[in-house]
Design a protein around this ligand. Structure first.
Ligand SMILES: Cc1cc2nc3c(=O)[nH]c(=O)nc-3n(C[C@H](O)[C@H](O)[C@H](O)COP(=O)(O)OP(=O)(O)OC[C@H]3O[C@@H](n4cnc5c(N)ncnc54)[C@H](O)[C@@H]3O)c2cc1C
Length: 451
């Protein structure tokens, strides 16, 4: 499996994921094929996920710039076509209490505002573009796995209400009946905004919109070499060369360490995996997840899950560390055990899909959107830490703004800073392995305390 810390780019031998979204997807949109020959362009975009596609759309629609997207495999082949499908007010992985402490309430509010705008951007694109992506009604539950977590959720409710001015609401365990059943239902924080959808169809919708406004999208066109010729960037692919005045890098968690030295080790690619079961019976639905809303739990290494419209359970989490190891059956079993522990009524249910992908985590666990220092007109956005369905699309429009020569004005200034490199990059995975052990131990201790 493609591993950004090992391979130079996702090549054509890399298979498509065994994803439910590919199975239920509609027609693959038309594209511009692999790049052929030499091309001189104003703006080239490397990577055709939400960030790259929304940047291409915004450049063409709002700034009159018809960008050229170079995608290594096919549109949304990375995270954007294979994610857990929750579009939420989220980006990065920093708890709000830590954000307030580190940056102060004003910056936290500004960031929350930016994230909210992100969700509105997605709503708006779905509506104006007529994107048929099976958008579900709003509502997100953060569910207390252990009784001991309920108080933390009450504190979080207060922070949302008092500092962020947002009507999050605590729901006690009794209030979860008919919503979320099973032994790990100890209360929840309810967030009224956020919805699930078909993520691949969302990306395909962006792809179609970007092309209809004049963007070119070249698939099977990995950037394998990058040189500077004065102020021009020479991007080499196996079948052609693009010379671009400006470049947007939208490779996020799929960024190979070898794409460019300046970009190396700015994000850690972290593997997230999903299983999708066979359709549940009516009794299984009633005993597990009667609600179709977005759910995630309060473990340190959290699980996210939802009931799909055809009554299958989608259940995701993190366990594998390297691409080599990701296909080991124990990771599928890890998710299955977690799912049946949460929902015993699902014991024995068949798993029909199992896949994974690379999310991008920065050292401060926050996203970025900046002009790369020392590289001329090169811009990049990413680092959503597994919470990027809405925010990647939002930052795609912001990075387009910057590439069009206009400033991205935000009260959350940290977004526009270059993320620090991970030190000791060659030991990075050892550190991650140790972190997972520690987080598992914390979860196990909490489970013991809860009895
Ligand atoms: C299993 C999983 C579950 C997730 N669940 C959720 C969720 O429920 N909610 C949520 O908000 N977020 C979720 N995410 C994260 C979310 O999907 C991402 O944050 C978002 O899709 C990022 O989009 P992107 O365009 O920045 O990156 P990607 O979609 O990963 O796109 C990067 C693209 O760059 C291409 N590329 C890489 N190298 C090159 C090269 N050299 N040349 C050309 N192209 C190249 C890749 O092929 C890829 O298509 C999940 C991610 C995963 C993997």
């Amino acid at each position: 499996m493609y591993d950004p810390l090992v391979h130079p780019f996702p090549d054509h031998h890399q298979p498509d994921p065994d994803s439910y979204w590919l199975k239920v997807g509609n027609e693959v949109p038309a594209d511009d094929g692999p790049l052929a020959g030499d091309l001189s362009v104003d703006v080239a975009i490397i990577g055709g996920g939400y960030t790259g596609l929304s940047a291409a759309l915004a450049l063409a629609r709002d700034h009159g710039i018809k960008a050229t997207v170079l995608e290594a495999r096919s549109s949304a082949w990375g995270c954007s076509g294979r994610n857990g499908s929750f579009a939420r007010i989220s980006g990065g992985r920093v708890p709000w209490s830590s954000l307030v402490k580190t940056y102060g309430p004003d910056t936290a509010r500004a960031y929350f505002h930016e994230l909210r705008q992100g969700l509105d951007t997605v709503r708006d694109l779905i509506a104006t573009g007529g994107i048929a992506c099976d958008k579900q009604p709003d509502g997100v539950y953060k569910v207390a796995t252990f009784g001991t977590h309920a108080n933390a959720l009450r504190r979080e409710e207060k922070l949302y209400n008092d500092i962020l001015g947002y009507p999050a609401r605590y729901v006690d365990a009794g209030g979860l009946h008919g919503v979320h059943e099973g032994p790990e239902s100890h209360g929840a924080l309810y967030l009224p905004d956020g919805f699930s959808l078909n993520p691949l169809e969302l990306a395909r919708g962006l792809h179609r919109m970007a092309r209809s406004h004049g963007a070119r999208i070249h698939i099977n066109s990995p950037v394998t070499g990058w040189m500077r010729e004065g102020n021009t960037h020479r991007l080499v692919t196996p079948t052609g060369i693009v010379r671009a005045k400006r470049v947007i890098v939208a490779t996020n968690g799929y960024t190979s360490s070898r794409l460019h030295t300046r970009l190396a080790a700015r994000v850690l690619p972290v593997h997230s995996q999903i299983i999708v079961t066979a359709p549940m019976s009516h009794a299984q639905v009633e005993a597990s997840l009667p609600s179709g809303k977005c759910m995630f739990d309060t473990r340190e290494l959290l699980f996210y899950y939802r009931r799909l419209p055809d009554n299958r359970m989608l259940f995701g989490g993190r366990s594998a560390i390297s691409g080599n190891d990701a296909a080991a059956p124990r990771h599928r079993q890890y998710l299955y055990s977690a799912m049946t522990r949460k929902f015993p009524a699902l014991a024995g249910i068949a798993v029909e899909h199992w896949w994974g992908g690379w999310v991008a985590v920065t050292r401060n666990s926050l996203p970025f959107c900046y002009q790369v220092p020392g590289m001329g007109e090169v811009f990049t956005a990413g680092g959503y830490a597994g919470s990027g369905v809405s925010f990647s699309i939002h930052l795609g429009t912001k990075i387009a703004l910057m590439a069009a020569g206009r400033p991205f004005e935000t009260g959350a200034a940290f977004l526009t800073r270059e993320p620090e490199r991970y030190p000791f990059a060659s030991f990075i995975r050892l550190g991650q392995w140790m972190a997972y052990r520690w987080l598992h131990a914390k979860d196990a201790r909490e489970a013991r305390r809860a009895g």
